[in-house]
Design a protein around this ligand. Structure first.
Ligand SMILES: Nc1ncnc2c1ncn2[C@@H]1O[C@H](COP(=O)(O)OP(=O)(O)OP(=O)(O)O)[C@@H](O)[C@H]1O
Length: 326
């Protein structure tokens, strides 16, 4: 494993939300006890159903969300103890972000050239001429022709807009990019192109990548390690081949059971019901209310971590791996 660029130690994010009436405020447990890390050249995939805390994890990893509790480390230093100016310059250039929808993430009034120059201007990188040369270089890196530099985002296709968003994330030569559902707002026909671009950039630039997606197949294809989230918790994490092919948490097994050719038993596990509310999460294991293996023991406390060398899971009744074809 490489030296982590960003890591989370037992991070919690609790929101206060008005859920019923003007005066009633509830605590929403968006992220609980999250521990994860990413270094250069590594791809960490994050999967889980809607509302499981994937975007919150992305916001914490990119410094957009300060945790309620726990520590975010940037090259080993406590991110939120670093003076704001240094945090903006050093962390801000080391970690880039790509959001789901490029139509809302890019300023609609600025031409591509200004969108790409903006981070260089803000961070005072080089002379104007050098910044303009960098814009050209960035367009080349993401496979866009030079002449799009004068276009407004609305004049580009969805795939081109997302390439601009990737180029902007690359502007300051980051070590890591956090991509939150970077292909799900795109036409199916261009998803693979944007995905291949990210894979290619990772290989060419040695980037670390946090790739968040609902698309289990894609995550399995792209990630070295996978973190599986359920109701704000990372319930299993480890090398992709083990998490996908020798899942230990029943939730992980259910998610990957829909992936053809992965498990010996091809029977798909259909999860009943929905993810419970993050305002009132179940006691103990949050998955127990939908788990076919749940017993009273699961309600007592969140299961301790079980692990082998590189693979970690939280379950009282883990799956026994049979055979992996991953
Ligand atoms: N600002 C906020 N205020 C209150 N609750 C929030 C806020 N942001 C997120 N939440 C809640 O935190 C939980 C986790 O949300 P998050 O967006 O991180 O999940 P997600 O896995 O990314 O979902 P999706 O796949 O739908 O984007 C959800 O219950 C969500 O409603």
């Amino acid at each position: 494993m490489t030296e982590p660029i960003v890591s989370l130690d037992d991070v919690h994010v609790v929101h206060t939300a008005r859920t019923g009436g003007l005066l009633r405020r509830d605590r929403v447990h968006a992220l609980t006890d999250a521990t994860a890390s990413v270094g250069r050249g590594e791809v960490l995939g994050v999967v889980g159903e809607s509302g499981c805390g994937k975007s919150t994890l992305a916001r914490v990893l990119t410094g957009l969300q300060r945790p309620t509790r726990g520590t975010v480390r940037f090259r080993g230093e406590d991110l939120w103890s670093i003076p704001a100016q240094r945090r903006r310059t050093e962390f801000g250039s080391a970690v880039g972000v790509v959001f789901q929808d490029p139509s809302t993430a890019l300023n609609p009034r600025l031409p591509v050239r200004r969108i790409l120059r903006d981070p260089l201007d803000v961070h005072n990188r080089g002379s104007l001429r050098q910044r303009e040369a960098r814009v050209e270089e960035l367009l080349g890196l993401v496979g866009l022709p030079d002449h799009v530099d004068g276009a407004l985002p609305a004049q580009l296709s969805g795939g081109q807009r997302q390439r601009v968003a990737v180029a902007r994330a690359l502007a300051l030569e980051p070590d890591v990019i956090v991509a939150d559902e970077p292909t799900s707002a795109l036409d199916v026909s261009v998803r693979a192109q944007v995905l291949n671009l990210l894979v290619d950039l990772r290989a060419r630039l040695g980037l670390g990548l946090v790739f968040i997606s609902h698309d289990i197949q894609t995550v399995r294809y792209i990630a070295d390690r996978i973190a599986v989230m359920y109701l704000g918790r990372i319930v299993e994490e480890g090398p992709s081949a083990l998490v996908a092919g020798e899942s230990r948490h029943p939730y992980t097994r259910a998610l990957f059971s829909a992936t053809p050719g992965l498990l010996e038993e091809t029977e798909q596990i259909v999860l009943e019901g929905r993810v419970p509310s993050a305002t009132h999460p179940p006691s103990g294991c949050p998955f127990r209310t939908r788990c076919w293996k749940a017993t009273d023991a699961c309600a007592a406390e969140f299961p301790r971590a079980e692990a082998d060398d590189t693979h970690i899971w939280h379950c009282v009744h883990p799956e026994i791996p049979t055979r992996s074809t991953a």
